[in-house]
Design a protein. Sequence first.
Length: 304
Amino acid sequence: MNKARESKTVVLWGLFLVLVPLFFYPYSQKWQLPISWVTVLVFEVVFYFVVWFFSNPGNWGRSLANTFLSLMFRFSEAILFGLLLWVMFSLKPGFSLKQGFAYFLPAVVLHVLTAPFLLKSVLKPVRVIHRPQPAEFTKDRLIEVDKIVAEKSDMVLHKEKGSDVSESYLEEILGSLTNYPGVDASLLIDQEGLVIAKNCKNNFDWESWAPLPLIFEESIGQILNRIREKNMERMDLFSNSYWISIHKIYSFSVITVSDKSTDEILNVRIQKVCEKMKKYLNERYHLENLKVQEEKYVSNTIRA
């Protein structure tokens, strides 16, 4: 959906840039490039490659592919510009096409300089979330994890056989978020990154998104410790395509993934869902009482 919208935007801007020099053609026909079409082509290829290489450092393959696509896009603009010249000013077809490709200064310069930047939104690299594999854990990392687990007494809810978690009810609660226009998915994640419940639209890769709350919490936790603050309660992140909202409920996280253009009223619905989820989990597992007991235990330990 986002890709289609961005592609339409690129096409509309391309049409606009084709029309702009067309309006000036009757008054500036003498503005011709004093160089051959081969020189224009060489400059064009080098310029596109430099732009894309700096956007994808070290990735020669992607830079070359994007250079080729930029060249094709510019040729499309040149062909359309030449056809319009032929239709509107009754010029010879061959001469009209040459004007668009390499000779009419305003058209060539405008199309060449804007082509790669127009295509950046649709040719941006795919974002990949790398999930750590068990084989990557070293002995030191396992010791560190053991210490964290020993120090942290928050209750962890596991999706195991025989668990009495009403998954269907939790998914029904999350469904009120997914049904909101622009929302792609909503997930309930425990503190180990395991999915307790989910409600997603078709073809949504929820497995890649599940580790995000844990990754963000570990990173932000270090920052909060520097200013003597507790763990985060809520975080909203806006990327080029998504609005990612993460809300903490006890030791769990509710992550909502929606389109960047989704209206702010979604916040109200997320708050209501979090309140309902918190009430349900507390009534079923008495998490609030457990939290109070833990705080008292920590306080008495510090005094001692």
